[in-house]
Design a protein around this ligand. Structure first.
Ligand code: HEC
Length: 181
């Protein structure tokens, strides 16, 4: 009798403990899981790196487009200032002479390597094509990438806005400027 009652009490106590601890464990698991989910450290870091890389890629892909967009609204006067970096080797005035580099008046849409009387490198002569906005943007951003072996000993213009205003300035050096991009 007593044994039966005791068993019953112990049984209920165990059941109660099970409910209490079981419940707590469940809550802990739930909270733990939830907390983890909220913090999600590794996954978050990857996400950030991912979107950063994406942004970088997007930026790169946009550059070529951007330069042309920028040229359309670029400030020619700032371009003339950037062009001072070129003046050691190039003339910009109409009828200007070749110096270390070929005369640049009217260079936009001119054939590559076509200034009369200038001795171009084989690298530039072999390229062919016209100095359209794309070619100028690529060449002036990094001459040695556009035409490996070029004789133009110049690192390039790194800033998009400077590059755009420089090209807008070059475009203005013409009796009949090429249409804006
Ligand atoms: C250190 C001298 C030097 C500097 C500085 C220089 N260039 Fe040149 N540039 C040259 C030479 C040399 C060539 C001929 C390259 C060849 O034959 O490979 C050339 C070629 C060019 C051409 C091709 C022209 C054609 O007729 O095909 C353009 C455009 C040009 N330069 C623009 C510029 C601009 C714009 C700058 C300033 C941002 C500049 N260069 C700075 C020496 C220079």
């Amino acid at each position: 009798m007593d044994g039966f009652e005791l068993n019953k009490i112990i049984g209920w106590a165990l059941a109660a403990l099970l409910v209490i601890f079981g419940g707590r464990t469940f809550v802990e698991i739930y909270n733990g899981g939830h907390g983890d989910h909220g913090e999600h450290k590794p996954a978050y870091a990857i996400e950030v790196a991912d979107s950063g890389a994406k942004k970088g890629a997007e930026k790169k892909a946009e550059v070529a487009v951007d330069i042309k967009t920028l040229i359309a609204s670029a400030d020619i006067d700032s371009g003339a200032k950037v062009a001072k970096k070129c003046a050691a080797c190039h003339t910009f005035d109409k009828g200007g002479a070749n110096k270390t580099g070929p005369a640049l008046y009217g260079v936009v849409n001119r054939d590559l390597a076509s200034a009369s009387g200038f001795g171009y490198s084989d690298a530039l002569k072999a390229k062919g094509g016209k100095w359209d906005y794309d070619a100028l943007a690529k060449f002036l951003a990094k001459p040695k990438d556009f035409a490996p072996g070029t004789a133009m000993n110049f690192g390039g213009i790194k800033k998009d806005n400077q590059l755009a205003s420089l090209i807008a300035y070059l475009r203005s050096l013409s009796d009949n400027p090429a249409p804006l991009p």
